[in-house]
Ligand binder design. Structure first.
Ligand code: ADP
Ligand code: MG
Length: 242
């Protein structure tokens, strides 16, 4: 199986603060990996390293065949292959849904106007918002806006998508519709890394769950690890209901 993301003994600090302290993990193509752990354990940093928003100090990090630990790595092309969706969706308020979704493919020259239209139709369909193409973000619910942000990421036809707590700012009923969209993407074979607090969702959707603690991969497994944690730290984390 091809690995799209491979961390080997990755170390990353912010100034003098070590945040990733020897992380090794692999995301195979077509698989869903969930990163869980306490706030501050380094989950967002790990995601940001994957799409080159952060550089690492030591170890090796390969993403879509690119060696990110090498100084001359082509980050521009990397970011076309790796989508990232954040908690805040940051749609442009003055652009329609379709314009938001097609902006990146247009600007990067990946798609002509006609192709962009077709891409928008397809990705909005994928997130269940085909009928909202001409709407403006403010006319949509928070859950719908987050689904547009997911569609925007899909429009670049990435090989892997990273989700960083994308439902944390949403009410429960809006959370459910966004999680459903992500689950459908997972079923379509999209490779993804999910940072989430939604443990039942992680359990249902992820092929592998990685528990990060204090900047290292502390424990890994499938959904059954919640029933039988091997470490006191995971037991405590699961017990805390986070
Ligand atoms: P998580 O996503 O698991 O909550 P983060 O990766 O966001 O963890 O943060 C890990 C640690 O790194 C925290 O102590 C946080 O305060 C620190 N940190 C995160 N981003 C930065 C930054 N840009 N500059 C300095 N410190 C940061
Ligand atoms: Mg985070």
């Amino acid at each position: 199986m091809t690995a799209l993301v491979t961390f080997k003994d990755v170390h990353k600090s912010y100034g003098t603060l070590p945040v990733l302290k020897g992380v090794s993990l692999t995301v195979p193509e077509g698989r869903v990996v969930a990163l869980i752990g306490r706030s501050g354990s380094g989950k967002s940093t790990a995601l940001r390293c994957i799409n080159g928003l952060e550089t690492i100090q030591s170890g090796t990090l390969e993403v879509c065949g690119r060696k990110l630990h090498e100084a001359n790595c082509d980050l521009r092309h990397l970011r076309m292959e790796v989508g990232i969706v954040f908690q805040s969706y940051n749609l442009f308020p003055h652009l329609t849904v379709e314009q938001n979704v097609t902006l990146a493919p247009r600007l990067t020259g990946k798609a002509s106007q006609a192709e962009a239209h077709e891409i928008a139709r397809k990705v909005l369909e994928q997130v269940g918002l085909a009928e909202k193409a001409k709407a403006y973000p403010e006319q949509l619910s928070g859950g719908q806006q987050q689904r547009v942000a997911i569609a925007r990421s899909l429009a670049m036809q990435p090989r892997v998508i990273l989700f960083d707590e994308v439902t944390s700012a949403l009410d429960p009923e809006l959370t459910a519709e966004v999680l459903k969209t992500i689950e459908q993407l997972a079923q379509s074979g999209m490779t993804m890394v999910l940072v989430t607090h939604e443990m039942s969702f992680a359990r249902r959707v992820a092929d592998e769950i990685i528990f990060m603690h204090q900047g290292v991969v502390w424990e890994t497994g499938d959904g059954s690890m919640f029933d039988s944690p091997q470490t006191p730290e995971l037991r405590q984390f699961v017990g805390s209901g986070l």
